[in-house]
Design a protein around this ligand. Structure first.
Ligand code: CP
Length: 320
């Protein structure tokens, strides 16, 4: 595997899920694969889970790991061509990429959406330059539009907890005080569309996700109706994707607190599980009792990030 951004990069989903199960039972079984190999993890943004789980996965595989926080200790990077670099950015990404890639065998990259220019974000301008100019396998640790390691971990978690063969999974928009990217809901929708689940998306009108990710998934604007009979509730805020009105891209156009997942919402489900990728703002996304309740899966989800990362890095090592 040379790149990991979308579900297609993983090939057959059943095979990948079986591999995840096997890796979880034998997570130190492939140490020879990573011997004398280096993973470079590049962060343009903050992270807790991605940073720790991906590093742990690489160490499980016997790799050396270098972590670079671009905005803390490195030169500030210019990402656009044709600019006169007379501001605070001292180095261009086009020099930095081949330099960084000369020190490693595999690159993980985290780069959030700017949320001001939809075309720039959805073209994945930054990560595509890494793919084009690094000459190394590159995987997403969350980009402007996707977070596949999270979606893979979420699917592993759903498989481990599903009460019936084809569970109902609901992705619900929830309110938030800051404008957040659409990467997590995009990838979750993309992956659920391919998984053996009954998938429903619910959000206020105007918050439609990009068609290339939401595909033909059922969209239900009535959150109560969407939750009925659900086995898994996946809560997430996202800012306006600008699909119905491009001028609203990246903006907060709804703050309706009726969408916050509380015990009454969960009572509409079929004894459903609560899921969220974390970090989560309590009181906005979910109430304390729900996230702390017996049917909260937020900790197992986070733990499975180690597994999704290990499968992806293992496959990249096997293809070197
Ligand atoms: N879920 C997730 O990616 O968490 P971090 O932002 O802490 O990495």
């Amino acid at each position: 595997m040379k790149t990991f951004f979308n579900i297609e990069d993983l090939g057959d989903l059943r095979t990948a899920l079986s591999e995840a199960q096997e890796v979880k039972q034998n997570r130190f079984g492939y140490q020879q694969l990573g011997k004398n190999k280096t993973l470079l993890m590049i962060f343009f943004n903050n992270s807790l889970r991605t940073r720790l789980s991906t590093q742990k996965a690489a160490m499980n595989l016997g790799m050396n790991v270098i972590v670079l926080d671009v905005n803390a200790g490195a030169w500030k990077l210019e990402t656009e061509r044709g600019v006169i670099m007379d501001g605070d950015k001292s180095e261009h990404l086009l020099e930095a990429i081949p330099v960084m890639s000369s020190y490693c065998d595999i690159i993980g990259i985290r780069s959030f959406a700017g949320l001001t220019d939809r075309n720039f974000d959805y073209a994945e301008t930054i990560v595509n330059q890494f793919v084009q100019y690094s000459g190394k396998p590159v995987f997403a640790m969350e980009t402007a539009t996707v977070h596949p390691l999270q979606a893979f971990a979420d699917l592993i978690t759903i498989k481990e907890h599903k009460p019936i063969a084809r569970p109902k999974v609901v992705l619900t928009w929830t309110p938030h005080c800051r404008a957040l990217p659409q990467a997590v809901p995009n990838s979750f929708a993309q992956w659920m569309n391919r998984a053996d689940v009954d998938f429903v998306v619910t959000h206020p009108e105007g918050y439609e996700l990009d068609p290339r990710f939401v595909g033909n998934a059922r969209v239900e604007y009535d959150q109560h109706k969407a939750f009925e009979g659900a086995h898994f509730i996946y809560a997430k805020n996202w800012s306006n994707p600008g699909v119905t009105n491009p001028a609203e891209y990246g903006k907060i156009t709804c703050q309706d607190m009726n969408w916050t997942v509380d015990a009454e919402h969960m009572a509409w489900t079929d004894n459903g599980y609560f899921m969220h990728c974390l970090p989560v703002r309590r009181g906005l996304i979910v109430t304390d009792d729900v996230i702390e309740g017996a049917h909260s899966l937020v900790i197992p989800e986070a733990a499975n990030r180690e597994i999704s990362a290990e499968v992806v890095i293992k496959r990249m090592l096997e293809a070197l």
